[in-house]
Design a protein around this ligand. Structure first.
Ligand code: PLP
Length: 369
């Protein structure tokens, strides 16, 4: 640390230079985050110093968190759902497995049945909680095989996980079939809809993935992904409004006497941002955003196939994957690669039609070289 502080001008010249080293969103095709909506940024700034970790001091911010949970509860067909705003999908998934474990205290070697396609946050969660992860193979359509999942469940299974919008291929697992299995085995069933939760409800033909499906216990959804809120903002929802209380611990020196959240200090600003986007756009606005992303995904797939790069999957959501060599990607475009080595592009709102066309042109040019 410097002995004498810098001038503000000097400091901000340095910060601005560092910010310029970050990539421009114009070329980012690999991210599940996007440029936040302007109303999210405005709301975020208004709530900058609020801390949801001590809700008695910030009752206004706390009521916005409750409203956000209510909005998602209604959207996911369970008006009275419980929940709270997390830092994102990782925290929501950790909390879901903590909740599942808290319901089964007598099991010595607990296991969790998760699809092979699960996000790596489940590895972290299992590691932290001492759980064995039992990976379920995917079918040829990149969706989790429900029969194979049923075959892996035993008396030590504490949770079944399904993904509504896989990170790598944008697929929705067969949630109704998995829900039936969960009910048959009286199992905790967590749906990771961190990505898909803000896409599926706004599609023309939404696949069933939420509390309307019998057996779904908890859902993770991330406003900081397709919800266009500021980072960090996730949300965990519980069908039973009181379920989270099973994680309560005493918090003697706060304005509340107990808390069930994972983080202590929690920002109110991105929660205000998330609610602002939902209320500003409404169902109609979100449908338009999602329709645009899906149209761009279809155009990208068609354009890439014309160039000779075949799709790896026909996605349920706005994630396009291809068979393609790494050298085929021109600079400065940033794409990503799946564990099966497929090129992966997420058509987030900032990847608009003009960017898709620009990328296709760049791919064509690169081919000629
Ligand atoms: N779950 C899914 C399906 C995801 O796609 C991701 C991230 O892309 C996560 C969980 C983790 O979310 P976060 O990075 O916000 O913790």
């Amino acid at each position: 640390m410097l002995n004498k502080g810098q001038s503000e001008e000097e400091l901000f010249a340095f910060l601005a230079q560092k910010r310029q080293e970050d990539l421009d969103h114009d070329f980012i095709l690999s991210s599940m985050c996007t440029i936040p909506h302007s109303v999210a940024v405005r709301a975020h700034c208004l709530f900058m110093e609020t801390n949801l970790g001590d809700p008695g001091l910030f009752p206004g911010s706390f009521s916005l968190e409750k409203l956000l949970v209510q909005r998602f509860g209604t959207l996911f067909h369970c008006k009275n759902a419980g929940g709270y705003a997390t830092s994102g999908g990782t925290e929501s998934n950790i909390q879901a497995l903590r909740l599942a474990k808290a319901q089964c205290s007598g099991i010595v070697a607990p296991n969790v049945v998760v699809p092979e396609s699960a996000h790596f946050s489940f590895k972290k969660a299992c590691d932290m909680l001492g759980l064995e992860a039992r990976p379920v193979p995917l079918g040829s359509d990149f969706r989790m095989d429900a029969d194979a999942a049923a075959g892996l469940i035993d008396k030590n299974t504490i949770c079944l996980v399904g993904i509504a919008g896989t990170t790598e291929y944008g697929m929705v697992d067969p949630i109704p079939a998995l829900g039936k299995i969960a009910v048959q085995h009286d199992l905790f069933f967590h749906v990771d809809a961190a990505f898909g939760g803000m896409v599926i409800p706004f599609l023309d033909r939404p696949s069933p993935f939420d509390f309307a499906v019998g057996g779904v216990t908890t859902i993770a959804v991330d406003p900081h992904k397709m919800g266009m809120s500021t980072i960090p903002c996730g949300c965990i929802l519980t069908r039973d409004p009181d379920l989270l209380n099973s994680l309560n611990i005493d918090t003697p020196y706060l304005t509340v006497k107990q808390e069930y959240t994972l983080a202590g200090t929690r920002p109110g600003a991105p929660v205000a941002g998330a609610l602002a986007v939902l209320d500003y756009l409404g169902m109609e606005g979100m449908r338009a955003v999602v329709a645009g992303c899906m149209k761009n995904t279809e155009r990208l797939i068609a354009g890439m196939e014309t160039l000779g790069y075949q799709r790896a999957a026909t996605p349920d959501l706005n994630v396009a994957t291809f068979t393609c060599a790494k050298e085929a990607i021109p600079a400065p475009w940033r794409v990503s690669w799946t564990r099966k080595n497929h090129l992966r592009i997420v058509c987030m709102p900032h990847v608009h039609a003009g960017r898709v066309e620009a990328f296709l042109r760049a791919m064509q040019e690169q081919k000629k070289r």
